[in-house]
Design a protein around this ligand. Structure first.
Ligand code: FES
Length: 171
């Protein structure tokens, strides 16, 4: 079996120390805290690059594949840098039959990106996600976790205008 080489040279040392402190503070079997550790790490670093995942795997005595499996399973974890606002469009069955594909297309067009890219102004990243458990509101999208239900393509423009206006007010 090939053991992956861990290279942490691209990771901020100070943030690694803070992550270590957090992991060391956890009680009991540290492996069971994987999701909490990933949340904490994403909060510190903004996203979870491969070398950070491997670092966490070593700290928790897990394989890199186990950690990556969790990161890729949950849509709220990001393997790449993201914009200030993450827009997630649900493509689960209930949302899909209610036109989620049109909602997603409108979001991508409005923001001017492909999926998982950051907009030029750094504000938005767009993802498609599995069912988020709000099927009664289909089609659903979220912006940094805030849920918008029964979204139409026209609503998309209004929602994005709202976030852009917040940013303009803060300039
Ligand atoms: S399918 Fe979209 S919230 Fe369930």
């Amino acid at each position: 079996m090939i053991k992956k080489i861990l290279d942490t040279s691209t990771l901020d040392k100070e943030l690694l120390v803070r992550l270590d402190t957090y992991i060391d503070s956890l009680e009991g079997n540290k492996r069971e805290h994987l999701i909490h550790v990933l949340h904490h790490a994403q909060g510190l670093f903004g996203y979870l690059p491969q070398n950070l995942q491997l670092y966490i795997a070593r700290k928790l005595n897990l394989s890199g594949a186990e950690v990556n499996g969790v990161v890729t399973f949950y849509s709220f974890f990001n393997e790449k840098p993201v914009g200030k606002y993450t827009i997630s469009v649900c493509m689960g069955t209930a949302c899909y039959v209610k036109g989620a594909d049109k909602v997603l297309a409108r979001v991508l067009e409005n923001v001017g990106v492909n999926k998982n890219e950051i907009s030029k102004d750094g504000l938005f990243t767009v993802k498609d996600v599995r069912c988020i458990g709000a099927c009664g509101l289909a089609p659903v999208m979220t912006v940094n976790g805030k849920v918008y239900g029964k979204v139409t393509p026209t609503d998309v423009d209004d929602i994005l205008r709202h976030y852009r206006s917040i940013e303009n007010e803060n300039k």
